[in-house]
Ligand binder design. Structure first.
Ligand code: 8YV
Length: 317
C-alpha cells in the first residue's frame, strides 16, 4: 500500500492497553513497530500518518524523521517529556496527550504515598505479617493532618493534590515558574525555600530538561530530617543519587516514590526501608482511568483522520 492521504495507518510504537489496540485495529490500519523487521519497517514507514506512543516513550527527531508522511503523534499519557515536540512541530507533526482524565488518580496516589510513607503503612503490614505484634505495638509515626505541604508544580495535578490536602487541614504552599492566577495558596518562588518551609514536599511538575534534577541535594537538605518527599511526576525531576544519599544518611525522614530515573530499575538502597514506599509508576493505572485515557487517544486519532480539531493538542514545554 503506497502512501495516500486517505490511508489511515497508525503505527503503535509503545505499550498500549489491549482494549485501545483492539479499537485502533478495528477502525484503522494498525501496525506494531516492535513486531516488524528492518525491511518491513522501511517498507511501511512512508504509509504511517499517526504514531501512537505512551507517556514513557522516547520519540526523538530521528525517530520522527523515520516517518516522512507523519501527521500526528498520539501520546497515551499526560506527560510528553520524552517526545521532541518542538521537532515534531517543525515538521508539521501535531502531538496530543491525555490531560484531565488521569488527574484524580494521580493526586489520589500522591496522597496514598504521603500517608503510607508518613504512617509507614507497608512496613506496619510487614510487622503484622511477621508476627511481631505479639511482642508489642508498632513504632510511632508521623502526623500528616495539619502539616505544611509544599507542592512542586501547581498544574492540574498539583491543584488536585491541594484540594485533597484541604481535607487534611494542611497548610499548602507551592512553587512553579510563576504564581498561578486565582490559586488561593501561597506562592514561593524558590524550591529550596519551599522545601525549608514544608513538612511534606509533593512533586507534581512536568518532566523534561527544564526540571531535570530540580529536587537537588540542596533542596533535600532544606526539606530536612523531618521532611518527607513524594514524587508522582517523573524520576528525572529528582536528583536520584542525592535522594539515595539523603535516605541513607537520614537527612530526610522518608520518601514515597512512584517514578524513577531508570524505570523499571529502582535503586537497591531505596528498597526494604520502613520510611520509603515504592510503587511501579502506577498513578494513572486504574481500570476507569486507563479506559478514559485510551478513549481520548482514540478520539484524537479519529478527529485527525476526520479533519476535525484535535481534542487535546500539546504545546512544547
Ligand atoms: C503513563 C504517565 O503514560 O500520563 C503519564 O504521563 O506517566 C503514565 O500515565 C502510562 O503509564 C502509560 O505508559
Amino acid at each position: 500500500m503506497a502512501f495516500t492521504k486517505t490511508n489511515r495507518t497508525v503505527m503503535k510504537a509503545a505499550y498500549l492497553p489491549p482494549a485501545l489496540v483492539a479499537r485502533l485495529d478495528g477502525a484503522f490500519v494498525l501496525r506494531d513497530w516492535d513486531t516488524l523487521d528492518a525491511a518491513e519497517r522501511d517498507r511501511l514507514a512512508p504509509e504511517v500518518r499517526v504514531l501512537a506512543v505512551n507517556g514513557e516513550s522516547v520519540v526523538t527527531e530521528t525517530f520522527i524523521a523515520t516517518f516522512p508522511n507523519l501527521e500526528l503523534i498520539a501520546d497515551f499519557g499526560v506527560g510528553y517529556d520524552g517526545i521532541d515536540v518542538a521537532a515534531a512541530q517543525r515538521r508539521g507533526v501535531a502531538v496530543t496527550n491525555t490531560p484531565g482524565v488521569l488527574t484524580d488518580d494521580v493526586a489520589d496516589l500522591a496522597f496514598g504515598l504521603l500517608l503510607a510513607t508518613a504512617r509507614q503503612i507497608p512496613d506496619a503490614q510487614r510487622f503484622v505479617e511477621r508476627g511481631d505484634w505479639a511482642g508489642g505495638g508498632y513504632a510511632w509515626t508521623r502526623k500528616v493532618s495539619g502539616g505544611r505541604l509544599g507542592i512542586v508544580g501547581m498544574g492540574r495535578i498539583g491543584q488536585a493534590v491541594a484540594r485533597r490536602a484541604a481535607g487534611f487541614d494542611m497548610v499548602v504552599s507551592y512553587t512553579d515558574q510563576m504564581a498561578i492566577e486565582g490559586c488561593p495558596h501561597r506562592f514561593v518562588p524558590g524550591l529550596t525555600t519551599l522545601a525549608a518551609e514544608s513538612d511534606f514536599l509533593i512533586v507534581c511538575a512536568n518532566g523534561g530538561e527544564k526540571t531535570r534534577g530540580m529536587v537537588s541535594a540542596e533542596v533535600l537538605a532544606a526539606l530536612g530530617p523531618d521532611g518527607i518527599l513524594v514524587n508522582i511526576a517523573r524520576g528525572t525531576v529528582v536528583d536520584e543519587a542525592a535522594l539515595v544519599a539523603a535516605i541513607k544518611a537520614g537527612t530526610i525522614a522518608g520518601a514515597g516514590l512512584d517514578v524513577f530515573l531508570d524505570e523499571p530499575t529502582v535503586p537497591k538502597a531505596l528498597q526494604g526501608r520502613p520510611n520509603v514506599v515504592l510503587t511501579p509508576h502506577m498513578a494513572s493505572a486504574t481500570h476507569a482511568t486507563r479506559k478514559a485515557m485510551g478513549d481520548l487517544v482514540f478520539d484524537n486519532i479519529a478527529a485527525h483522520f476526520a479533519g476535525e480539531p484535535l481534542k487535546t493538542p500539546v504545546r512544547p514545554y
